[in-house]
Design a protein around this ligand. Structure first.
Ligand SMILES: Cc1cc2nc3c(=O)[nH]c(=O)nc-3n(C[C@H](O)[C@H](O)[C@H](O)COP(=O)(O)OP(=O)(O)OC[C@H]3O[C@@H](n4cnc5c(N)ncnc54)[C@H](O)[C@@H]3O)c2cc1C
Length: 480
C-alpha cells in the first residue's frame, strides 16, 4: 500500500536514497579510500575534516608556505560531508547578517569588503579549477531568486532596496518581471525574480575530488577513515588531534568539521547540525527542456521562508533541495545521507508545482546532509596562537564559495601575514552557544512550523510578509 503524502496523493518516492549523494553516484561511486593515519605523527599543521574548508585551507597554506608539513585527518573520505552533497550553488551570498558583522571593529566597510571578496571568490574557484584541471561542471549563469507569491515579490523588491541602501546592490543585480523570468526559465506561478550574476553552478563531488587531488599534488597527506576523537590545546607545537591510531602533534590544529562539530567533546553546542535534503530527477526529455527553458544554467531558488534551491545539472536533470526535517534531536546525524520519506515527498511536490513539464519524471535519487549553524547565524574564522587551535565554519547553508574564502583566510592566519582577508569581520567572530536539549530541538522545530505556516498564509495571496515569519525571525535571530 502506498502511504498518502503531503498533498493527500500517493507519496512520492526515490529510486535511490542516501549513498551519500547523487553527485557521488554520478561519478561512478566513491573514490578509492586513502589509508588511515599509520600511527602517532608530528606535523606543522593538522587539519581536521576533508571537506571544502579543510581542503581549501591546505591548498592556500601550501601555496604560501610550501615548506610546511600539512596533514588532513578525515573521519570518512574527502567530500563525505556537505561538500559532496550540496546544491552546487557557488554563491557569493554572505554567510550571516551584515548588521551583526558590522558591529565588529571594521564596521560597515569591513562588511562591504567581505561581500566584494565573496564575489571575487566565485571567480577564484573558477580560476583554480582551470589551473588545476578540475572539471567541476562549473557554469557561471548567475542566480535567480524567484517570487511565486505577491508577498515573495514584495520581499525581493525590499531586499534589493535594502541592498542598495547598504551600498551592496551591484548594478548588475536586476529585478526581472514575470515575462523576463519566463524568457530565461518557465517557473510555474513565477511573478518575477531578482537576478544576481555572482553565482555559478557546480557538481560538488567533482569539485571536492579535484581539490583533494590538487592538495595532494602540493604535498599534503590526507588520512581517511581517521576520526578525531578529541582536540587538545598546547602552546609551542604542542596542540594535538587525538585518534584511535595515535595523536597528531602540531603547531596548529585546525577544525574544519562544520555540521559534524557537535560530535567532538566540548563542542556539542557550538554549531547546530541543520539538515538539508535534496532530490534529483532522471534526465528530462528534450521536449520537457524546451518547455522549461533554463538555457543559462542559472541557479534557482524561491523566496519562501522554507525555501527551495535548484540547479539544472550537466546531464539534463533537475536537482532540487530544501529544508526537509530541519534538525535531529541531540544533534544526531543522518546515516550516509539517507533522508526521510516526508522530505522526498515534499520536495517532489515542489518540483511538480514549479516545473509541471517535469511532473512525470522519475525521482532518481534523494539524500540529505548537515550544514553548520552558529547561534547568531554568522560564520567564524579563528586562530588562537596561544593554544595552537583554529577553526572555520558555520556558513548557514552558504558555504560552497565561503569555505574557499574562509580556508584562504585561515591559511593567512597560520602564515602570520596580515592580508585583506585577515581584516574581514568573521575573523575572530564569536557566537554564543546553542541552548541545551530539549530547548534546542523544540526551538528549531517551532521555528520551522512558524515558517511553514507563514508560507501557507502568503500563498493565499497576501502582499505582505506574514507576521508569523517575523515572529520566527525575532525568536531565532535569523538575519534577512
Ligand atoms: C544538502 C545540502 C545542500 C547545500 N547546498 C549548498 C549550496 O548550494 N550552496 C552553498 O553555498 N552551500 C550549500 N550547503 C552548505 C555547504 O555545502 C557547506 O557549508 C560546506 O560544504 C561546508 O564545508 P566544510 O568543509 O566546512 O564541511 P563538510 O563538507 O561537512 O566537511 C566536514 C568534514 O569533516 C569530517 N569530519 C567530521 N568530524 C570529524 C572528526 N571528528 N574527525 C575527522 N573528520 C571529521 C566529515 O567527515 C566531513 O568530511 C549545503 C549543505 C547541504 C547539507
Amino acid at each position: 500500500m502506498r502511504m498518502p503524502g503531503t498533498s493527500g496523493e500517493p507519496r512520492l518516492t526515490a529510486e535511490h536514497n542516501g549513498e551519500v549523494s547523487y553527485w557521488w553516484r554520478a561519478r561512478g561511486g566513491f573514490p578509492a579510500r586513502r589509508p588511515s593515519l599509520p600511527g602517532p605523527l608530528t606535523a606543522d599543521v593538522c587539519i581536521i575534516g576533508g571537506g571544502f574548508t579543510g581542503l581549501w585551507t591546505a591548498y592556500y597554506l601550501k601555496q604560501a608556505r610550501p615548506e610546511l608539513q600539512v596533514v588532513v585527518l578525515e573521519a570518512a573520505f574527502a567530500g563525505f560531508g556537505a561538500s559532496g552533497r550540496n546544491g552546487g550553488w557557488l554563491t557569493s551570498a554572505l554567510p550571516g547578517s551584515r548588521d551583526r558583522y558590522a558591529r565588529g571593529p571594521g564596521g560597515r566597510d569591513a562588511v562591504l569588503d567581505m561581500q566584494r571578496q565573496l564575489r571575487a571568490t566565485v571567480d577564484e574557484v573558477a580560476r583554480v579549477c582551470a589551473a588545476e584541471g578540475i572539471d567541476a561542471d562549473l557554469v557561471k549563469g548567475g542566480e535567480l531568486a524567484v517570487a511565486t507569491s505577491p508577498a515573495q515579490l514584495t520581499r525581493i523588491h525590499e531586499e534589493l532596496l535594502a541592498d542598495r541602501e547598504w551600498g551592496l546592490g551591484e548594478p548588475e543585480v536586476q529585478l526581472l518581471g514575470a515575462g523576463e523570468l519566463a524568457a530565461r526559465v518557465r517557473v510555474a506561478g513565477g511573478l518575477g525574480a531578482l537576478y544576481s550574476p555572482d553565482c555559478a553552478r557546480i557538481q560538488p563531488a567533482q569539485l571536492v575530488t579535484g581539490l583533494a587531488a590538487a592538495v595532494e599534488r602540493l604535498g599534503v597527506t590526507i588520512y581517511e577513515a581517521t576520526p578525531v576523537t578529541r582536540i587538545r590545546p598546547g602552546a609551542g607545537a604542542g596542540a594535538r588531534a587525538c585518534t584511535v591510531f595515535g595523536d597528531v602533534t602540531a603547531q596548529f590544529v585546525l577544525r574544519a568539521t562544520e555540521g559534524f562539530t557537535a560530535r567532538l567533546p566540548g563542542q556539542r553546542r557550538t554549531l547546530l547540525p541543520m539538515n538539508s535534503s535534496m532530490i534529483v530527477t532522471e534526465p528530462l526529455s528534450a521536449a520537457a527542456w524546451q518547455q522549461i527553458g533554463w538555457d543559462g544554467r542559472e541557479t534557482i531558488g524561491d523566496s519562501a521562508h522554507v525555501y527551495m534551491y535548484a540547479q539544472r545539472t550537466e546531464d539534463g536533470r533537475i536537482a532540487i533541495g530544501g529544508r526537509g526535517i530541519p534538525y535531529r534531536f541531540g544533534s544526531t546525524l543522518d546515516h550516509r545521507g539517507v533522508t526521510q520519506p516526508e522530505a522526498i515527498d515534499t520536495l517532489g511536490h515542489i518540483l511538480r508545482r514549479l516545473f509541471p513539464a517535469a511532473a512525470e519524471a522519475r525521482i532518481d535519487h534523494a539524500w540529505c546532509g548537515v550544514l553548520g549553524v552558529p547561534r547568531d547565524w554568522c560564520a567564524t574564522v579563528t586562530l588562537d596562537r596561544a593554544t595552537g587551535l583554529g577553526a572555520a565554519g558555520g556558513y548557514t547553508g552558504h558555504g560552497v564559495a565561503a569555505s574557499c574564502l574562509a580556508g584562504h583566510t585561515l591559511a593567512d592566519l597560520v602564515a602570520g601575514e596580515p592580508t585583506e582577508r585577515t581584516a574581514l569581520p568573521w575573523v575572530g567572530h564569536q557566537a554564543r552557544s546553542w541552548e541545551p536539549e530539549p530547548l534546542r530541538w523544540t526551538g528549531v522545530h517551532s521555528l520551522y512550523a512558524l515558517y511553514r505556516a507563514a508560507d501557507h498564509t502568503e500563498d493565499r495571496g497576501s502582499e505582505r510578509t506574514s507576521p508569523l515569519a517575523r515572529i520566527g525571525d525575532r525568536i531565532s535571530g535569523i538575519p534577512h
